[in-house]
Design a protein around this ligand. Structure first.
Ligand SMILES: NC(=O)c1ccc[n+]([C@@H]2O[C@H](COP(=O)([O-])OP(=O)(O)OC[C@H]3O[C@@H](n4cnc5c(N)ncnc54)[C@H](O)[C@@H]3O)[C@@H](O)[C@H]2O)c1
Length: 557
């Protein structure tokens, strides 16, 4: 393990530096988000500004505290800054975090940046500030499931063979797009303004070709589409330029979306007709001007998306606040485009199925392969799980070896307990940590991404993620976090995160069972309460003690 600011890597192996696996594991996860993060020297993990800790001083204190934390103590962290250690009890979480939560009327981008400039706040993204990020692989299955649902919904086919998909952004999350698309057999063209980023994704095996020649990129993709071949091409350039070129040449892809960091007009999104260096300079000298240009560009971006939809492409919003930015800049029509969660993923959330993941804390890829076999054995008749496990074997590991699997209520509990037993018996070489993306059924209120157009109109009610976090804390998770949006997401969202470690102990088994049941159960009930039949049926068929569900939810909606 190295601890210089330039290069932090996660500790591997079975030797403990901390007093127990619960704290050693959390420290390794903190190191891991920096190992796989985008700008570790600035503690930035992904999504433009999502940070692992407030500053390097905070990082050092967190590290030392985790090394010394006792089995009945809890560390409290406020927006990346460690505040105190409290005596709690053994089954309590070892770390509690609250990141970037501002009171309603003050939850604005401007106020966030005021506090950020004074080093009084940091944004944790979803998984950066609570050390759950595992690189582009973390969002890969979500991307795979989303595009799989696009294929089924719009083309009546199981994959995207013979389809041309155009998107943008090869950052921490967006980098998963070309890989997921080729797994589904598509011909994929991704615009990325930053050549270094594109080359880094190519090195990781996530994108096949990188070119600066747009005509070449388009013709490679069209040929692949015609031949039903899977192909991914990164074109170095601006998304707006790409879409406007397609319109002027009357070329219409089958599917178009976008995963640039549009949520952040200052640090994330690159305005069109400007070089990266020019934007960097403007950010320093005239930040307001840069924000203005970014938003002008976003309006053009949304107009181009709508025009391509008019020409017959399937177009959807991929959860980056592009539509909201354009709306706040005078162009609301982007909301004619559906958001990916509502359009494709909501039926899964109704069953508590969401982005579950686990990490080998000793860094052993064979342990992850063992878990692949476990899933194959436990769920032989679940076509989606089998399809994913087959596909995911070719995914390159990043950082500590990890696996994602969209599992639902009951399944996560079953898998976590089997894995804890295998750690205890020595079948696995070391502990495994479990977490999930915050974008999960009961853990996120985000009216323009996760909870848009809910049946009962409760899109903006943040009680659900807050109660989720309290429930997980009382269930004995190892780390629980409450996040709200920072930067361009300020005022847009509240979410909760959770990590629990299977160290093979009996106490871990009890805590894992409680945490998994609570987390997925709460997710099902969130959608049941909103009146979704699939969630009500799932709740009624389960062990959940829902109160008055059958009567209330169906009658109210
Ligand atoms: N859909 C999801 O499941 C999901 C999950 C997490 C994050 N997100 C959102 O997706 C967005 C991307 O996340 P990320 O972690 O990849 O961000 P990131 O900041 O790591 O990467 C964004 C990339 O977009 C590129 N870019 C910016 N403007 C561009 C433009 N105009 N044309 C072409 N390329 C441009 C940047 O160079 C960068 O490489 C964020 O807004 C994030 O909040 C979505």
């Amino acid at each position: 393990m190295t601890t210089t600011k330039e290069c932090i890597t996660a500790e591997r192996g079975n030797l403990l530096r901390a007093k127990q696996w619960r704290t050693e594991g959390l420290l390794r996860l903190l190191e891991n988000v920096l190992e796989v993060g985008e700008k570790p020297e600035e503690l930035i993990v992904y999504a433009a500004l999502g940070k692992a800790a407030r500053d390097w001083e905070s990082y050092e204190v967190i590290r030392k505290t985790l090394l010394n934390l006792n089995a009945d103590e809890t560390l409290l962290i406020q927006s990346g800054k460690p505040i105190a250690v409290f005596r709690t009890y053994e089954d309590a979480p070892r770390v509690l975090l609250a990141n970037s939560n501002l009171v309603g009327r003050w939850a604005t981008t401007e106020h966030f940046y005021e506090l950020y400039a004074k080093n009084k706040i940091a944004w944790g993204g979803l998984t950066a500030g609570c050390w759950q990020y595992i690189g582009s692989q973390g969002v890969l299955q979500g991307t795979f499931e989303t595009f799989g649902a696009v294929a089924e919904t719009h083309f009546g086919q199981a994959d995207l063979r013979g389809r041309w998909v155009v998107t943008a952004g090869l950052g921490g999350m967006g980098g998963a797009q070309p890989f997921a698309l080729t797994l589904l057999g598509a011909s994929a063209l991704v615009a990325e303004v930053n050549k270094e980023r594109a080359l880094a994704r190519q090195q990781l095996g996530l994108v096949q070709h990188v070119t600066e020649d747009l005509s070449e990129a388009i013709s490679m993709c069209l040929t692949a589409k015609e031949k039903n071949q899977a192909l991914s091409v990164a074109w170095i350039g601006n998304a707006v330029e790409l879409l406007e070129t397609l319109l002027s040449e009357n070329k219409t892809p089958d599917v178009v979306t976008d995963m640039t960091s549009a949520h952040d007009a200052l640090h994330g999104y690159q305005p069109v007709d400007m070089t990266l260096d020019q934007a960097t300079q403007l950010r320093r000298t005239h930040p307001d001007k840069l924000v203005q240009l970014s938003r002008d560009s976003m309006v053009r971006h949304v107009k181009a998306l709508l025009a391509l939809r008019g020409n017959g492409a399937v177009v959807f919003d991929y959860g980056n606040n592009l539509r909201s930015q354009a709306r706040d800049h005078g162009f609301p029509d982007g909301f004619q485009l559906k958001v990916f969660t509502e359009a494709y993923l909501r039926p899964l959330f109704c069953q508590g199925i969401g982005p579950f993941r686990w990490v080998s804390l000793v860094g052993n890829p064979d342990d992850i392969r063992w878990t692949d076999k476990l899933l194959e054995r436990l769920y032989p008749n679940h076509a989606n799980i089998q399809r994913w496990i087959k596909a995911t074997k070719s995914v390159p590991f990043q950082g500590l070896p990890a696996r994602t699997a969209w599992l639902g209520h009951g399944q996560r509990t079953e898998v976590a307990l089997e894995i804890n037993e295998a750690v205890a018996s020595g079948e696995l070489s070391g502990p495994i940590s479990f977490s999930r993306d915050h974008l999960d059924a009961g853990s996120m209120a985000h009216p323009n991404i996760m909870t848009e157009n809910l049946k009962d109109g409760t899109d903006a009610v943040a009680d659900w993620p807050l109660l989720n976090a309290m429930l997980l804390t009382s269930s004995g998770a190892d780390l629980v976090a409450i996040h709200s949006g920072g930067g361009g997401y300020a005022g847009y969202m509240t979410s909760s995160g959770v990590t629990t470690i299977a160290d093979g102990s009996e106490s871990a088994a009890k805590r894992l069972e409680r945490v998994m049941n609570a987390d997925t159960g709460w997710g099902v009930l969130r959608y049941a309460d909103a009146g979704y039949d699939k969630a009500i049926d799932t709740a009624n068929a389960s062990n959940l003690q829902a109160l008055g569900l059958e009567v209330d939810a169906r009658q109210n909606h």
